[in-house]
Design a protein around this ligand. Sequence first.
Ligand code: ADP
Length: 507
Amino acid sequence: LLTSGTSPGLHVIHIAAEMAPVAKVGGLGDVVSGLGKALQKKGHLVEIVLPKYDCMQYDRVCNLRALSVPIESYFDRQLHKNKIWVGSIEGLPVYFIEPEHPSKFFWRGKFYGEHDDFRRFSCFSRAALDFLLQAGKKPDIIHCHDWQTAFIAPLYWEIFVHKGLNSARICFTCHNFEYQGTAAASELDSCGLVSQNLNKSDKMQDNSAHDRVNSVKGGIVFSNIVTTVSPTYAQEVRTAEGGHGLHSTLSSHFRKFIGILNGIDTDAWNPATDAFLPVQYNATDLQGKVENKQALRRSLGLSSADIRMPLVGCITRLVPQKGVHLIRHAIYLTLELGGQFVLLGSSPVPHIQKEFEGIANQFQNHDHVRLILKYDESLSHAIYAASDMFIIPSIFEPCGLTQMISMRYGAIPIVRKTGGLNDSVFDVDDDTIPSQFRNGFTFVNADEQGLSGALVRALNLFKNNPERWKQLVQKDMNIDFSWETSSAQYEELYLKSVARAKASKRA
Ligand code: ADP
């Protein structure tokens, strides 16, 4: 695995903090494996570099073994060793980095949320590049993701090109500008970057706290290509309201910045083959969907007396971004309007978790509402398959994957018109949109009234026009949400950037 072989395509290395299904917190994990697999299918050599977390799902890694030679990497003014592990995940070659640092950075029983996250991931980013250099890799593209590996861009151009790792263009994708990775400027020095040089307004200095550095800003400034995960979100983050303080930086780098809508992994999310489901089904045979609904009701202890009673699903991280107050409202409204509601979610925010635990207890033995407050991959599949509708009332949503997954499983999305939701869900009643694209229910205002309007319309159509509802379900299940189109856009960006680099070398 250490020799990268020859491939007619590009050599692309993703360096990331998540990869589905072994280390996934949210959409980032899905994107790294989905985009990686799609690029590999197009003939490119794709490799992934991840931290070696103690809490990964090791049973999903094939052939995991440690390399005999450790890689030396700089951190905190000294060299330390990193054990490198290799394995493959769903056919993609993956390197796992285990820093032998006294802080035991990835032995914490969780992926994020530690007091020293900035140190953990700046150390990982540094070690990842030290590994590529010492392994003699000559990638065409190094693709880093989110604040955790945005350090790669300044590290590459400030340090590694001078050491001989200089074949690559850097692509940085920000999956959510809310999370930026900031710290006191001096913390940057640990990974070898020089804070004195980089804590400047046109480099890594945080736009609102001038004694702090911002890793996402570094990713934007130092990368050759900067992307985010939908065209609408790319516009929103260039405004003062949507940019989380980075709008001016994004606007001055607008030439290299673009929004590309994510795809979904259509092998992992396929109701016709999904091994998590009690019954598989497809758009021409929807009986299986009804059976999944009955099975979920039984397993959660919900009433299954009325087969036609609509089931509304919601699967999400319970954070303010997702419109938690609107989710709460949707639970009560659905019940009032004669539907059932199932929520699967968990919250890193203690007061939100507590509030939802209260609601979960209130409905503990209820016939029509169930809240399951944990992360559960297999239950998520069962809920997508069982739901008639799926609610996503986000305040902002960079891309959102659950609307695409729910459509593939025939659950009609009810979404707030923001970010990637605005690029993928089009209201069935919106005459300004060609009818073949209309696939769900949308609302504009992030308030209870806005959500109610859309939910009531959905429930009415379900109740009053079963034939039209069925056509809508079949239409949504047949929409192509694969990575095919999006990966072609990334491929084009990569190729153009590599060509530009070659041209400027010749000049
Ligand atoms: P984000 O990245 O902001 O969390 P996305 O919609 O982009 O939101 O991606 C969410 C992904 O995480 C989806 O694949 C969804 O099914 C999954 N997910 C979210 N919460 C849970 C949960 N509690 N259990 C299982 N899967 C979850």
